[in-house]
Design a protein around this ligand. Sequence first.
Ligand SMILES: NC(=O)c1ccc[n+]([C@@H]2O[C@H](COP(=O)([O-])OP(=O)(O)OC[C@H]3O[C@@H](n4cnc5c(N)ncnc54)[C@H](O)[C@@H]3O)[C@@H](O)[C@H]2O)c1
Ligand SMILES: CC(C)[C@H](C(=O)O)[C@@H](O)C(=O)O
Ligand SMILES: [Mg+2]
Length: 357
Amino acid sequence: MKKIAVLAGDGIGPEVMAEAVKVLKAVQKKFAVELSFTAADVGGCAIDRHGEALPASTLALCEGSDAILFGSVGGPKWEDLPPAQQPERAALLPLRKHFDLFCNLRPAKVFKSLTAACPLRSDIVGEGFDILCVRELTSDIYFGQPKGRDGTGLEERAYDTMLYTRFEIQRIARMAFEAARLRRKIVTSVDKANVLTTMVLWREVVIEVAQEYPDVRLNHIYVDNATMQLVRDPHQFDVLLCGNMFGDIISDEAAMLTGSMGLLASASINKDRFGLYEPAGGSAPDIAGQGIANPIAQILSAAMMLRYSFGWDEAAAAIDRAVETTLEKGTCTADIAVDPSRAVGTAAMGDAIVAAL
Ligand SMILES: NC(=O)c1ccc[n+]([C@@H]2O[C@H](COP(=O)([O-])OP(=O)(O)OC[C@H]3O[C@@H](n4cnc5c(N)ncnc54)[C@H](O)[C@@H]3O)[C@@H](O)[C@H]2O)c1
Ligand SMILES: CC(C)[C@H](C(=O)O)[C@@H](O)C(=O)O
Ligand SMILES: [Mg+2]
């Protein structure tokens, strides 16, 4: 029996989470495995109901679970709170830090049947590309100290600290090289070593780690060039190794190149393979409550949970295949439909994936 903490969160979170749970329940039947689901509040909805974004009871549930399935948090309703109380800073980042989820895997793969949804020219996208962003998730300018604001008038200042230790770079670099070994064996390390001291260390350590993996090719690219090369020729990339900040930006770009933010799943794991699984996109306030969000990123995140935290590769692959089959049949939500008048809603998309499973 695997215990799953279900934290749907805000905006489209609960809408897409319902579909992921539906798919997991179907997996349970098909593969005769046992899963338990316990829901808890997190993010803005937890502020509204409990006065804080990450209530102690929610954290305790996560601690007693085998994995966390996470929706998304945040939205306009909570944007005027003091920054430290906002859902993203008070719930998501502390969860990542608390469980030491340093490794964020974000696979950006174009589905064959969706090449038309890709915003790139057809001669550039070709038959599709397959990139894995390996993003460091518990350090960098997100967490470096000091952070703060002081001074007054025109002397008022605000600052964050970009900081990496050798240990932090080594462990995320090893994850990238290990992942590349199972793929096309190319790691492209994204940095800004021409300007930032942190990134000079980053590049040095990545080069050292590469010595342990002589079978994997290592390239370096500056982050500005990386954003441009992704649009010019995404096929050149296999594994993109990034720090926390650059990985945040690059993974949104890679997601959209596959057709929609609603397609990009993610796994945030620690050294023991405990993980938090969430779509790379957010609470999408512009479409929340309409039943039109794409549940695929949430469903594929659930598949990643089965693969990385539970080691259930066969069940995970079955979900991946069911998503692919559904798309091949032409069932699409509005964000990826070439003809929006034929788009289906969130629940119908989930039902179609369950049927394909
Ligand atoms: N993991 C998280 O909890 C997480 C991640 C990113 C952003 N956020 C938060 O979400 C809120 C909104 O952020 P944002 O607007 O910058 O980014 P967003 O990812 O929520 O939305 C960006 C665009 O992508 C679209 N989109 C995203 N997911 C989609 C889906 N499943 N189906 C169809 N379209 C989808 C949205 O409609 C929107 O047009 C903010 O409060 C932000 O901080 C949370
Ligand atoms: C909501 C925010 C804190 C988060 C991040 O910046 O990591 C999000 O953008 C993501 O990509 O998971
Ligand atoms: Mg992001």
